[in-house]
Design a protein around this ligand. Structure first.
Ligand SMILES: Cc1cc2nc3c(=O)[nH]c(=O)nc-3n(C[C@H](O)[C@H](O)[C@H](O)COP(=O)(O)O)c2cc1C
Length: 174
């Protein structure tokens, strides 16, 4: 499938079957993560690949809303970065997340972004600090997001031309 078809077909998937993600697919996702471009080629990110059910269950409670479905995913990729290594680590991690989501689609897997940066676990603990404790991440890193991945329970309708907000495109001048 070409890249435009992949982009049209990728829809957030929050319901997964029980089947595991194959070792080959995990390998492809690791390659895609590490090939994502970064400013000045700084590569300030790290990717924690989580398949352990108990850890996924704990991570699904990172924030009060919008993460619970991670407990039923076969794989969660926690994307972290060291802000000391790049002033644009947020952009770098977002690009890697998009690479991962499109690669998942190419592998016929479903995925969904779970926002962690700027989100709270509780009144006294950020979602990022909660996650770092669970996976033993160094204090120098911040968690940007988690990408939940698994086999889709069902296919969603691909995007088509009716979905496009064409007035968001400006040609030459406002
Ligand atoms: C920066 C960002 C943060 C997101 N955070 C969450 C989230 O925390 N939980 C969730 O269920 N979906 C999250 N999503 C998924 C969006 O809700 C979804 O991409 C959007 O509704 C468009 O639907 P689509 O992915 O099917 O095109 C996030 C997406 C982006 C790009």
């Amino acid at each position: 499938m070409n890249i435009i078809e992949l982009i049209k077909n990728r829809r957030s998937c929050r319901k997964f079957t029980q089947s595991p993600v194959s070792t080959e697919s995990i390998e492809q996702l690791k390659i895609a993560s590490l090939l994502a471009p970064t400013s000045k080629n700084n590569r300030p990110w790290e990717f924690a690949f989580i398949t352990d059910k108990e850890i996924l269950n704990k991570l699904s409670q990172s924030k009060p809303h919008g993460a619970l479905f991670l407990k039923d995913a076969a794989l969660g990729i926690v994307i972290l970065a060291d802000p000391e290594k790049s002033d644009v680590w947020i952009e770098d991690t977002a690009i890697a997340a998009s690479y991962i989501q499109l690669t998942a689609e190419a592998l016929k897997l479903g995925s969904c972004w779970i926002q962690i940066r700027n989100r709270s676990h509780s009144e006294t603990l950020s979602a990022s600090e909660y996650i770092k404790k669970i996976i033993g991440a160094p204090s120098t890193l911040k968690v940007a997001c988690i990408i939940a991945i698994g086999h889709k329970e069902k296919e969603r309708r691909p995007y088509n031309s009716n979905d496009l907000l064409t007035d968001k495109i400006i040609s030459n001048h406002y």
